[in-house]
Design a protein around this ligand. Structure first.
Ligand SMILES: [Zn+2]
Ligand SMILES: [Zn+2]
Length: 236
């Protein structure tokens, strides 16, 4: 499940005192050097549009980007709503292919044999050409052999799409999708929204360390509660 959140912004801060991030690429953010290099190489890329134009929503979120180093973050989570290793990346503008492709591929590298359903609220625009774009990523991020993905649109977002998308991207018609709604990552945002005002002011290194800790803690809380959660699911 892929999505972006425009609350986790970060301001430009003086770089006179070097602020070293302790985690680097060992946590939830991708390799910083190769990420920024790739994103820079796509500087002219525009935002992922939607078939209907609710990209205006992202535009509205990006009105005050002055003085911001980071305008938001993009993330990929698994269907159990766990934050994925290297699966969270900073956005420099809006929701662009280069950011989402890189984040997705970085997380996917840790589960290279996984095939399955990719849910993203702009999948009707994201899916076409996905593999062509992956071919432009650094080589270590290109899965070999290529997995088979089925691209679907999360259930809450689907009605806002054009009618042509409704059945094509509906999880309801996909064998094996069970009752998944594909909105998983939205629920992950709920747990980090409270971090937005403090992390917005931090220097880049401490911000990443803080976010890394929170993502790790959220995953740990989920892990230890899974038994109780499953019991509740099966008994209700
Ligand atoms: Zn999972
Ligand atoms: Zn659509």
């Amino acid at each position: 499940s892929l999505d972006t959140c425009y609350r986790l912004k970060n301001r430009y801060r003086s770089t006179r005192v070097p602020d070293v991030c302790l985690g680097g690429a060992t946590g939830y953010f991708p390799d910083p050097l190769s990420y920024s290099k790739y994103v820079l190489s796509c500087a002219t890329q525009t935002d992922i549009s939607t078939c209907t134009g609710f990209a205006t929503l992202a535009k509205a979120n990006l009105k005050n980007t002055k003085g911001l180093r980071v305008t938001g973050v993009g993330a990929v989570t698994c269907r159990h709503e766990f934050w994925q290793p290297n699966g969270v990346g900073d956005l420099q503008l809006g929701e662009r292919y280069c950011n989402m492709d890189f984040i997705f591929a970085s997380a996917y590298r840790h589960n290279p044999n996984l095939t399955g359903i990719v849910t993203y609220d702009v999948d009707c625009q994201y899916a076409p050409g996905h593999w062509d774009r992956v071919a432009t990523l650094p080589e270590y991020l290109q899965p070999n052999p290529r997995p088979t993905f089925t691209y679907m649109i999360p259930k809450f977002h689907l009605p806002a799409h054009k009618e042509a998308c409704h059945s094509t991207f509906s999880l309801n018609y996909l064998p094996g999708a069970a009752r998944a709604d594909g909105e998983g990552v939205e629920r992950n945002w709920a747990s980090v929204n409270a971090l937005s005002s403090s992390t917005k002011e931090m220097t880049p290194g401490s911000r990443q360390d803080t976010l890394d800790h929170h993502f790790g803690h959220a995953n740990w809380r989920k892990t230890v509660a899974l038994g109780r959660f499953k019991f509740y699911n099966l008994s209700s």
